[in-house]
Design a protein around this ligand. Sequence first.
Ligand SMILES: [Zn+2]
Length: 492
Amino acid sequence: MEITYIKKNNQTLLFQIILNDDENRIGIGQGGSEIELLENTFSFDLPVFVKEIHPDLIALTLLTIVLPWVKTKISFPVKISTNFAELIESNCGLKVIGVNKSLSSRSFGEKDAVSFSGGVDSVAVTQIIPDDSVKLMFLRKDHENIDNVQPNYSIVAQKQIIDEFENAYYVKSDIEHIVGPMPQYPTWTTLSTPCFLLADYFNLKSINYGSIVGSSDIKDGKKFKRRDYPDKMWASLFRGVGIYLSKPVAGITEIGTSTIVHKSGFDEIATSCQFGAMNEPCMRCFKCFRKYLMNIAVNNYDISEDIIDVFLRQKNIQEHILGKPPLYFQHIFMYALKYADLKHKHVVLSLFREKILLANDNIEWCERQYDDALDRFVPDSDLRDVVRQKMRVFLKNMDRDDVLIFENWDLNTDYNNDSIQKRLNEIDVILGYIFDTISSNERLQLDQKNEYIAELKNSASFQLGDLFFRSVQKPYKLLTYPYNFIKILLKK
Ligand SMILES: [Zn+2]
């Protein structure tokens, strides 16, 4: 592959991709799915007047974009340093054509940047790294040769967010539009192209991401696996251009980032949902449902029956609730529903609560920091010291018991138990019935449903299941189990 400049001045960079004979337009994108290269040109509009960008930074910018489609050789519009060419070869298996032997590598700068989205997690990052950090946002713009298949959502809102912060800028690009079937970043690091292009201008030494526990040591909230060398390939390439790849909130959950944001007073600004505008979440998707319940637990907001009612009418949310545990990001639901004040004991939420806390309800670690993560995810020791100090203002570290629970976290194994599975089935039957009734297009009249549910709950089989479950959870109850078992049967 060859990448050339079509246009280059102090504020605009327009590139062109030329494929080699052995390359084609289908590549593997994020999450292993196939993506197609729809167009060969793409551009960036910089927010400031930039005189010079180190060639290795240009190369890294381009690599984060074209990597899914390159086969064996790559040449950039500028000659890069020998050192960085070797790093590309050892990390990506690609031979670089066009090396400048007299060019030295870029050395580390002095300032930290946030790869900034305006969402809760990245706002939290701005509060725990040095105050003079630069916030750099990627902003989608139209591509002149491609019709928009997806609206450029929330650009106005994103600009408003930028206005709320010191040292915050956005870089506009049409990159996402050249990727099919849907506009997207070819690699997760494409998001940070603004940081690479402005690294010399702002004298950067680190790029900080809002990746939380659910995308680091406990992927999706299901099972602990220590990442000893996180993001090995990209971290090595970043270092090659004098930048640390850094994830200061990797040891905390969404509960932690929400707490930081709430305590710093940025609540109103930092809401995000891919289906709504930046500060207007759609309030219809599973993520909004999770964030809503979490906010009630973390910030003691009042729960609204009407909002819950709308959520529970959404097919996608019903399907998620009926899913087989462990659910995606279940740990957050566990914490939220354990601590949210559900007021009138909403029947669906109560059943959902029981379902997700059935196998393990030790969830207090979610509000604390797993300090061990900082040593691995924040490679710059100076920055790490600042993060540790600032984090202490907002959150506690996990104690020894928390760490033990955290490092042995495995919801799959927890649910692997016959009595738990039996009880789970009973809960799903009731939930399924309620959802069927909701979808049969009448308004959910909880009073009526409650009668049916009370009936179901009074049935002997349901109660026996419940009794058995409670008995195995609490050993002393096992002693009274035979007595209660007979009592229920006789009553029937
Ligand atoms: Zn949403």
